[in-house]
Design a protein around this ligand. Structure first.
Ligand code: SF4
Ligand code: ZN
Length: 305
């Protein structure tokens, strides 16, 4: 069957439909959908400084490529990129080079921060110190902390991430499994429950695009030529949930869309319920915290013991 729009050879069949699109029609469809999300949820205002969180992988390079095209076309927001180097041998060192090359070629200012500089240790050495702790749980705490701190120092109005529909469906289900609904209240196309100047709001322009669509966009634009996963990925809870959802999606197409759509219906109620929670300042570093010390400082104290 040819492309639904122009009769060229198709490169992809859209999820949950029999529509097939060729390269140029797919790229147009993809960018339109991301732009619709930006407009509908008012993710970017005029003259804002948007910092894109990049890792050099398919999601973040697609995000940077898309936002760069948009900023050149619209000329009404400033774009820069922020990369957090966790210190993962044979993985992050390779993707950093890809991100650097992309930013150089496209004249995008790239800022790099690392766990080593922030904590004195790489993720590889932290994992060696705590072999029984899932690497992602420590990595997630440090990454969130550094992304917020560094993007605030860069005077970012928004921190854009490459999260897609699959990521969001996984987060919703993981929070259900752990009975952590307060964490779900922070999800959505723009994160957080209430505005606090210590938090840079995070935006997700790819919220309604699937992982398959983002990967296809990355390959078609020549952003990556191969796909490599983090060394620690397989030990994470997210990895298990991802496999469960992929199986369900195969048996019952549309499952991931339904999870996210149902969640969006109740999200305003969740945000309302949790908006009264106080945000403290960490007594050690002064960053926002839900208790006396922030999660990053709790982890750092353990690392230093
Ligand atoms: Fe960090 Fe886990 Fe992601 Fe690897 S898979 S970069 S350890 S959060
Ligand atoms: Zn702290």
């Amino acid at each position: 069957m040819p492309c639904k729009k122009c009769a060229e050879t198709p490169v992809i069949q859209l999820t949950n439909s029999d529509i097939r699109l060729c390269k140029s029609c797919f790229i147009r469809y993809f960018e339109k959908k991301a732009l619709r999300t930006i407009k509908k949820y008012n993710l970017i205002d005029r003259k804002e400084h948007v910092v894109a969180a990049v890792s050099g992988g398919k999601d973040s390079l697609s995000l940077l490529h898309f936002l760069n095209r948009l900023s050149i076309k619209k000329r009404d927001f400033k774009l820069s990129a922020l990369l957090i180097d966790e210190g993962i041998k044979n993985y992050r060192d390779e993707t950093i080079e890809t991100a650097k090359k992309f930013c150089e070629k496209n004249n995008i200012q790239l800022h790099i921060a690392s766990y080593k500089e922030g904590t004195g240790k790489t993720l590889d050495s932290i994992k060696k110190q705590f072999p029984d702790t899932v690497a992602c749980s420590m990595c997630g705490v440090l990454r969130r902390y550094l992304l917020n701190k560094k993007s605030r120092e860069l005077k970012a109005d928004k921190l854009a991430t490459g999260h897609n529909l699959d990521d969001e469906a996984q987060s919703i289900i993981m929070n259900q499994f752990r009975h952590n609904i307060a964490l779900s209240a922070r999800l959505g196309p723009t994160t957080g429950v209430k505005r606090d100047k210590r938090f840079v709001p995070r935006i997700k322009p790819f919220y309604f695009l699937t992982e398959k669509e983002v990967a296809t966009y990355a390959f078609l634009n020549g952003l990556i030529d191969r796909f490599k996963e983090c060394t620690y990925c397989a030990e994470s809870n997210r990895f298990v949930v991802r496999n469960i959802l992929n199986d369900l999606e195969q048996k019952y197409p549309g499952t991931k869309h339904s999870i996210v759509a149902s969640f969006l219906e109740i999200l305003p109620m969740l945000k309302e319920k949790y908006k009264g929670q106080d945000i403290n300042s960490c007594r050690i570093c002064g960053e926002p915290a839900s208790s006396e010390t922030c999660s990053a400082c709790n982890l750092l104290q353990k690392i230093k013991k």
